[in-house]
Design a binder for this molecule. Structure first.
Ligand SMILES: N[C@@H](CCC(=O)N[C@@H](CS)C(=O)NCC(=O)O)C(=O)O
Length: 197
């Protein structure tokens, strides 16, 4: 399968690129200059009208939404590298739960809200981190007792939490452990990543 990844470093593209690096499959990285609005220009708008990054082209099929792309890739290449339990299993459901937690609840968590704020559409970040800290106290991997795409999504997202995780030692340990993986390090070492933040 020919895989083209459209995106830019240090954004949600990283979740997908990290997944590809874990899978060890070849892909073409189409780095787009969002500040020059390249991603909104004709060729790319024709592929995905909303022009949000990342999206991929798998042979002739265009797929968007980073979580869906991760699931599709992990499923397709499961026999090569196992990042996703068999569908229908309890482990699979747990991975889905934490994948969606990372790409929705953590993604949208609001750092301006105090703990136990009035009910809102988005969770206070402090509450999300406290919950994660409690959960990770007894886990090395967030779901299925092994490394999966849920860990990729979660630990990659944690890097955008502008915090050194002081007061959250279990999150700090989890983050350090997973971002020390060779696949993550390979992503950071790639030329397209240079100078990005
Ligand atoms: N839920 C989508 C969000 C995609 C998204 O909003 N991406 C942002 C950057 S991380 C983007 O493309 N921004 C470009 C713009 O605002 O023009 C996903 O996870 O793929």
């Amino acid at each position: 399968m020919r895989i083209e990844l459209f995106g830019r470093p240090y954004n949600r593209t990283d979740r997908v690129q990290w997944t590809l690096e874990e899978l060890g499959v070849p892909y073409e990285y189409r780095k787009l200059d969002v500040f020059a609005l390249e991603h909104r220009s004709g060729e790319f708008r024709d592929l995905y009208g909303l022009t949000r990054l990342p999206f991929v082209r798998l042979d002739d099929e265009v797929l968007f939404e980073s979580g869906a792309i991760m699931l599709a890739l992990a499923e397709h290449f499961r026999s090569k590298v196992d990042l996703l339990p068999e569908s229908g299993s309890v482990d699979y459901r747990e991975v889905l739960q934490w994948l969606f937690f990372a790409v929705s609840t953590l993604d949208a968590a609001d750092e301006s809200l105090p703990s136990n704020a009035e009910p809102t559409a988005f969770a206070p970040l402090v509450d999300v981190l406290t919950f994660l800290e409690e959960t990770l106290a007894e886990r090395t991997c967030i779901a299925a007792s092994r490394f999966t795409i849920a860990d990729i999504a979660l630990s990659n997202n944690l890097k955008y939490v502008d915090d050194d995780f002081s007061g959250y030692p279990h999150i700090a340990r989890y983050f350090k452990e997973h971002t020390s993986r060779p696949a993550y390090r390979r992503m950071l070492a790639q030329p397209e990543y240079k100078g990005s933040r």
